[in-house]
Design a protein around this ligand. Structure first.
Ligand code: MN
Length: 242
């Protein structure tokens, strides 16, 4: 038994036209990856039908991911913007289902941007309500949702594993998981061991990346500590190179 290994589609292409789909999925499969993580760059124009066809002919499993923007920020004080975000997340979930993926993760809980202030109580509640709603929709179709804490320059809401765990606890959704990323952990966590161990069964997905996002092994991330802690908590979920 080993963890399914994944690769992020942006390793291959920044677009998702038919030739990108063929190239990214074909190469990921040829290299022996179990999973390809497909970013839903625009769920409204996503070619789910063709993506599914190519996934099936290459016998590789998909997961999806996305991050919100300023126009779809579900922590916003502006109701219209929050509704845009809610709609986008539902559409993304629909595309996730349409390609046969069982997992959707990323920065689903706020915009992916540098904020000037800490989140307000309202912002946290807005986000929690919409994520709870998303999880209920996802539950009906057997999809798990992952929240990826990112560094302080990319969100103000969830920067650490313990913040994500607390958020998940308060939403009371049992199909909601923590999605960790070694690149962000290097900036925000005091200890790889402590943050992974505290997730335990709530760890649902893992991005591996170097501190400078370069080739694995060419930076200073302590992968030995990371992998041995995964083993300690019997983590059998995906490990994806972003
Ligand atoms: Mn990541």
């Amino acid at each position: 038994m080993r963890n399914p290994l994944g690769i992020h589609a942006l390793v291959w292409s920044g677009y998702w036209k038919r030739h990108d789909i063929d190239f990214a999925i074909g190469n990921s499969s040829k290299l022996g990856f179990d999973i390809i993580e497909i970013p839903l760059l625009n769920p409204y124009s996503f070619d789910a039908e063709y993506t599914k066809k190519v996934l099936e002919s290459n016998e590789i499993k998909p997961v999806t991911s996305l991050g919100l923007s300023e126009d779809t920020d579900i922590t916003s004080n502006n109701k219209q913007i929050r509704n845009n975000g809610k709609k986008l997340l539902s559409k993304a979930l629909e595309m996730t289902l349409n390609i046969g993926a069982k997992y959707m993760g990323g920065v689903l809980y706020s915009a992916l941007k540098k904020y000037d202030n800490p989140p307000t109580k309202d912002a946290i509640n807005y986000s929690m309500d919409i994520i709870r709603d998303l999880c209920n929709q996802a539950k009906n179709v057997g999809i798990e949702i992952g929240l990826e804490p990112v560094n302080r320059y990319e969100s103000n809401l969830l920067n650490t594993a313990s913040q994500a765990l607390n958020f998940i606890k308060l939403t009371e959704c049992n199909n909601l998981f923590v999605h960790l990323d070694s690149y962000h952990m290097n900036i925000e966590e005091s200890s790889y061991h402590k943050s992974i161990a505290q997730c335990g069964e709530k760890l649902g997905y893992f991005h591996i990346g170097e501190n400078h996002r370069g080739y694995l092994g060419s930076g200073h991330i302590n992968f030995k500590e990371i992998f041995s802690t995964m083993k300690e908590i019997n983590y059998d979920g995906p490990i994806t190179f972003e």
